[in-house]
Design a protein around this ligand. Structure first.
Ligand code: PHE
Length: 371
């Protein structure tokens, strides 16, 4: 570069320039040299060299032009040199800046091109699990009840004795509490006792406290009892509570809804049976049975139903009027039914699972059988 414009190392008188008319041509040469230089600055490193060569404070071309041409220029030439130098400086600065922008844009473009996703490449396979069988059954139960106007609510697993027992018409001395012995939490001395709920029925009370009738809800969730683990018992298992309360609900609706559910769940050929039972919060109470899905209800020789032809499914009943008293519902105007399904048990029946423990052991060989 500096070879081509060696003129800038000399002063104007040395170059024989005495006439303002010749200044223009002189600067045009310098400008042409710059343009050549600039056009070959194709990356950041050569751009920096270009910038320093032309704008460098100590020995850049423009500094030399200033020192060697402008400063010593005779008064006749000074004006013309000054003007030409300003024009050259503006050109050089503008070009260098423009070049910088162009280079930056093209590096961004190459970076973007490098990072572009190739959607035709095979992806990284991340094996995802499937829904647990109990969850699948729970969702199936929800689907059936949602389709007939129930909604799904959930409630706390840690409860007070009031919601778990008292408000469900189970006073402290009631013998039924023995069946539902549970885990009490360690609370500070003097604090109110807390327990792990033994059933989802507390949500009957919590829902009616919050909501005016009519009520049609199901409540899926975990419950706890102090049971020793075996093939049909677990200290933690699942329930789906159901509650329907309105001004015109009779035993017929109760029976029809339960039969509809059982047939939807197990298939149209299954028969249902109501047996009298007892729960403090329902009156009358019933135990629901389905005709044995393993032997088709024949019974004889069937180990699953122990020859009876029937399988016990779940407890239910018409809401005991005394329960309405706990939630300020008018027992004279309202009626309803409640039920408590066990999805674990229903899954065992529907899918032939022999041991409830397999649900909670998380052995993938078991879980994978129910994708
Ligand atoms: N909560 C009862 C139980 O766990 C089941 C049930 C629910 C019975 C609703 C009647 C009505 O045994």
């Amino acid at each position: 570069m500096s070879e081509k414009i060696s003129s800038i190392a000399q002063t104007l008188p040395h170059l024989g320039v005495n006439d303002p008319a010749r200044v223009g041509a002189l600067f045009a040469e310098v400008r042409a040299a710059f343009d050549r230089d600039a056009s070959s600055a194709g990356d950041e490193a050569s751009w920096k060299i270009l910038r320093d060569a032309w704008l460098g404070r100590k020995s850049g071309v423009l500094t030399l032009v200033t020192d060697n041409w402008l400063k010593p220029a005779s008064p006749e030439l000074k004006r013309a040199v000054g003007a030409a130098l300003n024009e050259l400086r503006a050109h050089v600065e503008a070009q260098i800046e423009e070049r910088r922008k162009a280079l930056q844009a093209s590096t961004e473009q190459t970076a973007a091109a490098r990072e572009r996703l190739d959607l035709s490449l095979p992806g990284v396979e991340r094996p995802i699990g499937s829904r647990h069988l109990v969850r699948q059954v729970q969702e199936e139960i929800e689907r059936i009840f949602l389709s007939i106007g129930f909604s799904v609510v959930e409630g706390p697993e840690i409860e007070t004795p009031y919601y778990n027992f008292e408000a469900l018409n189970i006073p402290e001395y009631h013998p039924v509490r023995d069946d539902m012995d549970t885990f009490y939490l360690d609370v500070p001395p003097g604090a109110k006792p807390l327990l792990l709920r033994t059933h989802t029925s507390p949500m009957q009370i919590r829902t009616m406290e919050k909501q005016k009738p009519p009520v049609r809800i199901i409540v899926p969730g975990k419950v706890y009892r102090r049971d020793n683990p075996d093939a049909t018992h677990s200290f933690m298992f699942h329930q789906v509570e159901g509650l329907a309360v309105d001004t015109d609900i009779t035993f017929c609706e109760f029976k029809g809804t339960m039969e509809y559910f059982i047939r939807e769940f197990f298939g149209p050929s299954v028969k249902t049976r109501f047996r009298p039972s007892y729960f403090p919060f329902t009156e009358p109470s019933a135990e629901l049975d389905a005709s044995c899905i393993f032997c088709g209800g024949r019974g004889s020789g069937c180990a699953k139903c122990k020859g009876s032809g029937w399988i016990e499914l779940f407890g239910a009943g018409m809401v005991d009027p005394s329960v309405y008293g706990f939630v300020n519902y008018d027992a004279k105007k309202l009626s309803g039914f409640a039920f408590g399904l066990g999805p674990d048990r229903m899954a065992m029946l529907k899918y032939g699972v022999e041991d409830i423990q397999t649900f909670f052991q998380n052995d993938v060989r078991f879980l994978r059988q129910f994708p």
